[in-house]
Design a protein around this ligand. Sequence first.
Ligand code: CA
Ligand code: CA
Length: 306
Amino acid sequence: MTPTTRISRDQHVWSFSENNEPAVTVQPGAVIEIETWDCFTGQVTSEADTSASLDLTRVNSATGPIGVLGAEPGDMISVSILDIRPERRGVAMCIPGWGQLIEHVTAPTTRIFRVEDGMVTMNERVTFPAKPMYGVIGVSPAAGDIETFAAGRHGGNLDDRMNATGATVHLPVFQSGAQLAIGDMHASMGDGEISGTGVEIGGTGLIRVDLIKNKASRWPVTETADSFYTHGTSAEDIDEALNAACEEALRLLVDEWAFSPEDAFIYLSVAADLGIAAYYHPSPGCVSARMRVPKLTSHPSPFRAT
Ligand code: CA
Ligand code: CA
C-alpha cells in the first residue's frame, strides 16, 4: 500500500496533551509512513552507554501528532499497523531500581542486539525471531498532559506486544482531530517486559488511520485476525489494571455483542485470557493489562462504522 503522507521522527512529542497541535493532518483512510526514534532517542551507541549516562528527559518520544479530520470526542480512530520495519541495531538494559529481578544486577548493563532478516541476535548463542511492535500509541487525553512514559484511556505507553504488524488499535477520541502519536518501537518484547526495556529500536512503519463516528470504547482495544484485546492500565496497582481490562471486555460483549452481563462474565471466564502486557515494577512506569477475547463467528467485528 502506498503512503499518502509521511511523518518523520523530527516531529514528535513527549506527552499526550489536550493542547497538542497536529504536525500533519490527514483524511480518514489515509495511509501514513511514520518514522520513529528508539526510546532513548539515539543516545545509546554502545554497551558502554548505560542508564547512568542517559538524559532521561529524552526518553519515549512519540512521532506526531497526526490530526484526523472529522474525529471528535465520542468517536474512535482505528489505527491499522500495516508494516513495522525496525533498523538493524536495538538496545535493552538493566536499569537500577527497575524490574522484578533488579536485585540480581550488580551494575547498570546495556546489551546491543543485531536485527536483520527477521531475526534478533543478542550474542553468538542467542538468536530469536523479531516480532516488531509499538510500545507507545495514543491520542490526546480528555484533560491535561500525560507524559509518554505513562498509559491510560488515551493509550500511551501500553507496551502490548499485540500492537504489532497486522493488528488494528482502536482508540477512543477525546479531542478534535484525535492527535495520534506513536513511538517506542521494539524489535521484540516479552509479556511483562520485566526489565522495563524491549529491544528498543528506531524504524519506519506503515499505518492506515480510519475513523468510526459516534462509537467509542473506554480504553484502547486491539483487534487481530482472531481476537480483540481489551486494555486496562494503572500507575502502580496491578489489580486495578487487571480489573479495568476485565471491565472493558465485559463492556465489549454487553454493548457490542448483546451479551447479558452474566453470560459475558461466564464467557470471559471460560474462553478469554487475562494477561499482563507490561509489569516491570518497581519502576516509575505503569502497569498494563490486557484480556484476549476470541472473536465469535456469530459476532466477528463490533467496532465498525454504523
Ligand atoms: Ca514502553
Ligand atoms: Ca520501550
